[in-house]
Design a protein around this ligand. Sequence first.
Ligand code: HEC
Ligand code: HEC
Ligand code: HEC
Ligand code: HEC
Length: 241
Amino acid sequence: MKAIKLLLILVVFLALGSYSIAQYRGDGPKQTVVNSLHDLRNRFTGATLVCEFCHFPHKTDMVISSPEAPLLWNVRLKTGPYTVYGGSSTFYGDATVRDPSRASRANSAAYMTLLCLSCHDGTVTQAAWYDNMGLGGTGTFTAPNIGHGGTSGLSGTHPLDFVYSAALATLDGGVKSPTEGGTVRIPYVGTPALPLFKDQPTDVSGRVECATCHNPHSNANGNFLRMSNAASALCLNCHGV
Ligand code: HEC
Ligand code: HEC
Ligand code: HEC
Ligand code: HEC
């Protein structure tokens, strides 16, 4: 009897343990951004701060065009429009693909792409910040161009801002099924867990955004990727079983 009780306690303990492991909790500690390629101090004489190039604790509404932007965003957002992945006869996400520049409170997952495009869409030559470091609020820099701010937009980049659900995985037959549900705050797929972003906390499924594959705070894997892509391991973390 005692042994059964102990066993039951162990089972409950293990179940709780795996529950806590199975939650995706965000990018983790942020100090890894310091001295990374996203530490823009090396681009501006006199710059002293790191996080504040992207997030600022006050008055970010003076700089950005969308006061709804999350994360105290401090870089002027692009208005778009961007063309999106053109689709193919084998792409099941096509019905849900959006132009991320249409991000809003209702379409909030799209910010996890639009925030990156504020610097990476190929049209940035001057960043626009709330002048928090006495830098005049502007500065010239170049960031690798993936988006092509012009007419080609995001059509030549991996499909983005579309719903990656368990149902899509079933339809496709070749991608892993995400962990999702109304009580899963941030759905995720694969090991290590790659996050899929919801528009609203109560949504069941999440979307593939730039920050699904990239962690802007750590360049430990190169290209700010969430995991190494050696032998295409990142691709296979979703496109595999
Ligand atoms: C180059 C721009 C950039 C810099 C610099 C930057 N961040 Fe971020 N941060 C982002 C973006 C983009 C997101 C949204 C995507 C994501 O969550 O990965 C984000 C998300 C976050 C989040 C919410 C997600 C989570 O994991 O909790 C926090 C908190 C945060 N950043 C804090 C910081 C701090 C603190 C610093 C400085 C030590 C910093 N960031 C530097 C771009 C940046
Ligand atoms: C404030 C502007 C800014 C924001 C916002 C920003 N980046 Fe960057 N990023 C840069 C700059 C500048 C560089 C180039 C640094 C260099 O080459 O010295 C860079 C470099 C990179 C690189 C290349 C790293 C390498 O190893 O060569 C990747 C990948 C990248 N960023 C992804 C992202 C993603 C994904 C996001 C959003 C989650 C993002 N960035 C947000 C400015 C930004
Ligand atoms: C499905 C995963 C995935 C998504 C989604 C994704 N990326 Fe990437 N990204 C990669 C991989 C993998 C690389 C490394 C490619 C390589 O080997 O050069 C990369 C490279 C980059 C680079 C460096 C390119 C260069 O020329 O130096 C930048 C910048 C970048 N991504 C930004 C973004 C932005 C911005 C978004 C969203 C608009 C995004 N990525 C969405 C997987 C992704
Ligand atoms: C976060 C998970 C994830 C990662 C990482 C990822 N993909 Fe995908 N990818 C998807 C999903 C989901 C689809 C949509 C599949 C569908 O609709 O059938 C997709 C679509 C595609 C498509 C278009 C398929 C079509 O039928 O039109 C190609 C090609 C592709 N991915 C290649 C890659 C490559 C190459 C990499 C690595 C650089 C990669 N993916 C990384 C999840 C991912």
